[in-house]
Design a binder for this molecule. Structure first.
Ligand SMILES: Cc1cc2nc3c(=O)[nH]c(=O)nc-3n(C[C@H](O)[C@H](O)[C@H](O)COP(=O)(O)OP(=O)(O)OC[C@H]3O[C@@H](n4cnc5c(N)ncnc54)[C@H](O)[C@@H]3O)c2cc1C
Length: 466
């Protein structure tokens, strides 16, 4: 670990947030991220309380040639919020949600988590599309796209982003929207943290209050039938009906009945956003297809659905995941899924298929940086466990499962479900949009100051040398 001797006096004089350095007693806690597999030793962590702190931190890092990482919710499984020897710009104190119930918009601070947003919007009977776990950061999830329970109905999180306030690599502060810095706005909608630090997001809100949703599980032996039926249903379902397919192990506690505890099962976690009085009509044929072994589906407030899995997934677990976009589920792919579902290596390890073929698919791949709107699903295979001794076990299972399924995939993967998989994989994910992203990176961050992310490398330097 190189020890740069850098005086932090000027930074301390300028920022109001805490600066935590290696010698400080809180350092060990402050360097932790959600995935306990990540063990990085940054140079310092600046807990920014406002935009001024972010600007001072960016300028200080640039002037002292220190690598910067940006931490929003800290949930990135690859640990991209933190890096060895970096100055971590920790946005977690910039946490607020200002709801305008009339305009149906919310301005959200760059370090806010989705649970905070849900809390603030739900009181007005409003919601914006996010993910499926409430502790995830608004920053990373949104800038990578944002897939969740409301994607089929309202699109990705980026499809509901109206503007961002950002600090750029040169320390300047800009707003980007459809009407201002349009190129930057195009790039941040899917391009991750490559272009700058978002201190505030403005989202469109929807009158979504009580949904009809929750998990419905079937025996693993019924997977083939359930998967085929689910695929046909989702391909033609109205936008009001969403549900992600999952392989999982039933947790050993309430609300799950004892006879199902620790049983590996397949299932769908539903989210129906249509009129509640029509929900039974929609779900009668679903229930009639094959009586589920467990049916916890019913009316549920949006924040409750969004936080349903939080207790199972506290910070500090080991995580390893791999992903792909998927168009079809051919027989051969289903056969592989069946094999790997039988070998889920730990109680928390899972496979999910998130449908993206509703509202999100009616926006063109060219309209934002997010390039896989024509895929049916974003698939994620995830090995999770509390015991570091199982690190190899969950990693190996995830990689083997992914390798077996990858030949049936559409190519790239959702960047928010990727670990460190190299430049080619990032290029495959952005496809035809990659070149335009590089041009925008050249304009806004030619020195690749923001590179602790799924990196889009600028070519300005290469071009100057050529
Ligand atoms: C339990 C769990 C559940 C998840 N569920 C979903 C889901 O349902 N849907 C989904 O789409 N994804 C989901 N994800 C993936 C998630 O979107 C990514 O892990 C995302 O990177 C997390 O964002 P964060 O702000 O918490 O992460 P961080 O680790 O803080 O940051 C991740 C990256 O985003 C950048 N970043 C963060 N905030 C900002 C900002 N304000 N400005 C500029 N750059 C920023 C960071 O620099 C870094 O490169 C889940 C992850 C976990 C662990």
């Amino acid at each position: 670990m190189p020890n740069k001797i850098i005086s932090t006096e000027s930074l301390k004089a300028n920022v109001r947030g805490r600066i935590i350095e290696r010698q400080d007693k809180d350092y060990e806690d402050a360097r932790k991220v959600y995935n306990a597999m990540i063990d990085k030793h940054p140079l310092m962590i600046v807990q920014c309380v406002d935009t001024a702190d972010v600007i001072h931190s960016v300028n200080f890092a640039r002037e002292n040639n220190i690598t910067v990482s940006v931490k929003g919710g800290g949930h990135n499984a690859g640990g991209l919020g933190i890096s060895d020897d970096a100055l971590v710009i920790d946005l977690s104190p910039i946490k607020y949600t200002l709801v305008d119930p009339e305009a149906k918009t919310a301005v959200v601070g760059g370090g806010t988590t989705w649970g905070d947003v849900d809390h603030a919007t739900h009181v007005f009977g409003l919601a914006t599309p996010s993910g499926i776990v409430s502790t995830t950061g608004v920053g990373g999830l949104t800038l990578g796209g944002g897939i969740g329970h409301l994607t089929r109905k309202c699109g990705l999180s980026i499809d509901n982003l109206l503007s961002v306030n950002m600090v750029l690599a040169d320390g300047s502060f800009v707003t980007a929207s459809e009407h201002e810095n349009e190129d930057l706005f195009w790039a941040v909608r899917g391009g991750g943290g490559n272009f700058g630090i978002v201190t505030a997001f403005t989202f469109k809100l929807y009158p979504i209050d009580i949904l009809y949703g929750g998990p419905m599980l079937w025996e693993l032996s019924e997977t083939e039938e359930v998967m085929k039926w689910y695929h046909n249903l989702i391909k033609t379902a109205p936008d009001d009906l969403s549900g992600f397919f999952a392989f999982l192990t039933v947790p050993p506690g309430p609300p799950f009945p004892e006879h199902l505890h620790l049983k590996k099962m397949c299932g769908v976690v539903w989210a129906y956003t249509g009129p509640l009085e029509k929900a039974e009509d929609v779900f009668n044929p679903i229930r009639a297809f094959k009586t589920p072994a467990l049916d916890l589906v019913g009316p549920i407030p949006q924040p409750a659905l969004q936080s349903m899995f939080d207790p199972l997934l506290p910070p500090g677990l080991q995580w390893y995941w791999r992903a792909d976009f998927i168009n079809e589920l051919p027989e051969e792919a289903i056969a592989e899924h069946i094999q790997f579902s039988k070998t889920l290596p730990t109680m928390l390890s899972q496979m999910h298929l998130y449908p993206i073929n509703g509202a999100a698919s009616r926006i063109s791949n060219k309209d934002t940086a997010w390039n896989y709107r024509d895929a049916t699903y974003a698939m994620v295979i995830v090995g999770i466990d509390s015991d570091p001794a199982n690190k190899e076990k969950i990693t190996t299972w995830t990689k083997q499962y992914w390798e077996a399924l990858h030949p049936y995939s559409a190519g790239g993967a959702y960047i928010n479900f990727m670990m460190d998989e190299g430049e080619e994989r990032v290029k495959a994910t952005y496809g035809d949009n990659y070149e335009r992203l590089v041009k925008i990176k050249n304009k806004y961050d030619p020195d690749n100051f923001f590179h602790i992310n799924q990196n889009i490398k600028p070519t300005v330097e290469e071009e100057a040398l050529a």
